[in-house]
Design a protein around this ligand. Structure first.
Ligand code: NAD
Length: 472
């Protein structure tokens, strides 16, 4: 018998929604249905698929209020919920514009004059998407849209912590006949995620390193590609020449937006010792301006900590740092207000790499700052991490910023800004170290990942090939 899962509202702490995960047999039937639908989906070609996605966009717009309400109830935040929906709509437009060119096939000459090469591409039949709770809609659709345009069918399992958007999004999806045959969302926890991997031909997973490892192992057993987008502990390096007003504003946003619950949050700040004092005083002043989004969702910038488990981790990291001598200048704890968990922007100094706050993913609005005395030291500190997602560098000299950036083991660097990969998806990037595996989610590769390449090697003359047997 399938167990129901109760869903908590992070603002009130009340469990006020339930989901019922499908039994394995039903999940399997759904996947077979999607596989059947994929045949027609591939056959209609890119123009037909674009038309279906444009209809989906209109249907999402019609359901916008219900999707927003669902996201607000699951995440406790409004402006980012709107941003998630806008980002989905923009992503549909962007990929619809790019896809025709990316799917074009070309014939080429080869190194052998009488053999020509024609490249074709075949979509994976069924793609699985497993997503986390911190951007429920965005991260459930970011890979889904290019996969659909590539010609795949897609099954998505969003996080069991934030599943409410599924019902209104499916209402929108079901109004588009062709799309509803190739796109489905399935509700459930890790067990359903594990079952899903057994059903699909390729898996896109966004989540923790711990689960990512399990997903990678299952995918390897089934010989299917796994694209893993995992955790981060992004460093910011602030050089002596940096514009301090700009650096403190960018880092405050990069650390604290979404209450720090982003894989690419700035979680470690390294500042040249000559400007260290001034930097952290300015950061504290700016941090004091931010308010909790309480009692209403529009009251301030800082929403609740969405997962109870995460609230406990933030407190554990803070306590560990305090026990080891860290100085808290503002914020400093996760507190219960009105049934939810909240944390004010927290600036911390006197920190070092023996502390969890500098080495493990905290996922809270926490800004621990360390001084450095040489660029080499800053690079070593930035690289002293199991993670390698992204980073930020603040410097007057672009040349120096790029030189340092090349020595930091991460896939994306924001220069004189923070978290820019959340704002634009053009730049191809790979996750380094334990932050992920597989081709770039961003840029043209984001769609090409869903195609298996096929090479037609065509003999263009009627002569015998020079390497054939001499039969005379
Ligand atoms: P999580 O790993 O706990 O869960 C992610 C998803 O995996 C959920 O849908 C969950 O139900 C599912 N799952 C759990 N066990 C599974 C299993 N055995 N097989 C298959 N699926 C399983 O992560 P989370 O707590 O939801 O998300 C937070 C993490 O996600 C953080 O580490 C964060 O950095 C990371 N993240 C990374 C990116 C990125 O792009 N790199 C973006 C957002 C979040």
């Amino acid at each position: 018998m399938t167990k129901t899962i109760e869903i908590r509202n992070p603002r009130t702490g009340k469990f006020d929604y339930v989901i019922i995960p499908p039994p394995p047999k039903l999940l399997s039937q759904q996947c077979h249905r999607l596989r059947r639908g994929q045949i027609a989906w591939e056959e209609i070609g890119i123009a037909g698929r674009i038309e279906a996605l444009k209809q989906w966009k209109q249907a999402i717009l019609a359901e916008r209020q219900n999707i927003t309400d669902a996201l607000v109830n699951d995440t406790g935040r409004l402006s980012i919920s709107n941003l998630e929906i806008d980002s989905l709509l923009n992503s549909i437009d962007r990929w619809c514009n790019l896809a025709p060119q990316l799917l074009q096939t070309t014939a080429k000459n080869t190194s052998i004059p009488f053999i020509s090469l024609q490249q074709a591409a075949v979509p994976y039949t069924l793609v699985g998407v497993i997503s986390p709770w911190n951007f429920p809609l965005l991260l459930s659709t970011i890979d889904t849209i290019p996969a659909l345009l590539a010609g795949c069918a897609v099954i998505v399992k969003p996080s069991e912590i934030t599943p409410r958007f599924v019902a209104p999004l499916m209402t929108a999806t079901n109004t588009v006949p062709l799309l509803r045959d190739v796109l489905n969302f399935v509700e459930g926890a890790g067990e359903i995620g594990a079952n899903l991997i057994e059903e699909v031909d390729l898996i896109c997973f966004t989540g923790s390193v711990e689960t990512g490892r399990i997903v990678a192992e299952s995918a390897a057993k089934n010989f299917i590609p796994a694209f893993l987008e995992l955790g981060g502990k992004d460093p910011a390096i602030v050089l002596e020449s940096a514009d301090l007003d700009l650096a403190t504003s960018a880092i405050l946003w990069g650390s604290v937006v979404n209450s720090g619950q982003s894989c690419l949050s700035i979680e470690r700040i390294y500042v040249a010792e000559s400007i260290f004092e001034e930097f952290y005083h300015r950061l504290i002043t700016k941090a004091h301006h931010l308010q909790l989004a309480y009692p209403t969702v529009e009251s301030g910038e800082i929403g609740p900590i969405m997962s109870e488990h995460q609230a406990a981790i933030i407190n554990e990291h803070l306590q560990d740092a305090i026990n080891k001598g860290a100085i808290i200048h503002c914020g400093g704890k996760v507190e219960e207000i009105g049934g939810g968990w909240w944390c004010r922007p927290t600036v911390i100094t006197n920190v070092n790499h023996t502390m969890k706050i500098m080495t493990e993913e905290t996922f809270g609005p926490i800004m621990p700052i360390m001084p450095f005395s040489s660029i080499e030291e800053a690079i070593n500190l930035a690289n002293d991490s199991m993670y390698g997602l992204s980073a930020a560098i603040f410097s007057e000299s672009m040349e120096l910023a790029l030189e340092i950036g090349m020595q930091i083991d991460v896939g994306a660097i924001s220069v004189n800004d923070a978290g820019l990969t959340s704002m634009m998806q053009e730049g191809e990037k790979n996750a380094f170290k334990f932050s992920g595996l597989g081709g770039s989610r961003m840029g043209p590769e984001g769609l090409k990942r869903f195609l298996r390449k096929k090479a037609f090697l065509i003999k263009t003359n009627t002569n015998k090939d020079p390497w054939w047997f001499n039969e005379e």
